[in-house]
Design a protein around this ligand. Sequence first.
Ligand code: ATP
Ligand code: MG
Length: 283
Amino acid sequence: MLRIAIQSKGRLNEESTAMLRELGIEIDDSKRKYLSNAKNFPVEMLYLRDDDIPGVVASGSASLGIVGLNEVEEKGYPVEVVEKLGFGGCRISLAIPKADVYEGPQYFEGKVIATSYPKILKKFLDENGVNARIEVITGSVEVTPAAGIADAIFDIVSSGSTLVANNLKEVEKVFFSEAVLISNGNLSDEEKEILAEIQFRLESARNSRDKKYILMNLPEASLDEAIRILPAMKSPTVLPLAEKGWCSLHSVVNTGDLWDKVRALKAIGAEGILVLDVNKIIL
Ligand code: ATP
Ligand code: MG
């Protein structure tokens, strides 16, 4: 049994549980219990505020955690990032009143900056030789300049619409984050095995994400040409059709190449082309 800490509610909760489900780990978070067992996999879920996840993993109260890299960096606990998970993408940026002229980090000299990420901000200011006062605010950081609490903010940005709504502009993108899987690096052999299985399933899901399964009917005379267009993982599958002179060709293509391949295949006589999503690729 291995315990995984995830956010109980908030931006990462849904995608964390969706990711575990995609890996075939059935968790029931409908009752919003603090702790709950997965139905078909030896893991136990611990639901927490995201701020508490790095500490709980570092102390060993949970063996793994799913949390934003921003929280990991800010908290500074000795945890290991085992996987980047590709969701919850955002950045932490410095933003100033829209009307101000910005010529570089020296703008912040002597200013007051409101943030929930004082450590990451301090590092940036030190690296740039800037002295500024950091005002730690845990929520609604974006309203502090208008409220006269701060001159500027250092806050999470994803689309930038919150900044625009508060008459601010982003001037330095300091830290890039996404959800990550963390571990305390001190797992038992049994826990290591469970983590290895999770990583194996993550990899299979990741491999399939930008792939499509394509199948079509093809005149046998065009087969060599079609195989040149469609190099598959090994080689395409070719099945005979009841109609003489025709075959069915199956392969996997990169999503980005799909329409070019479809056009080329149609040009050599492919018909009845089906394109399907791929759920997992196990190499
Ligand atoms: P909690 O109650 O668990 O402490 P919270 O209010 O601190 O929640 P959320 O707003 O739910 O946190 O954000 C969780 C994480 O989602 C952030 O730490 C960050 O990694 C990520 N994230 C992605 N996009 C955004 C965004 N636009 N705003 C805030 N966080 C974002
Ligand atoms: Mg939080």
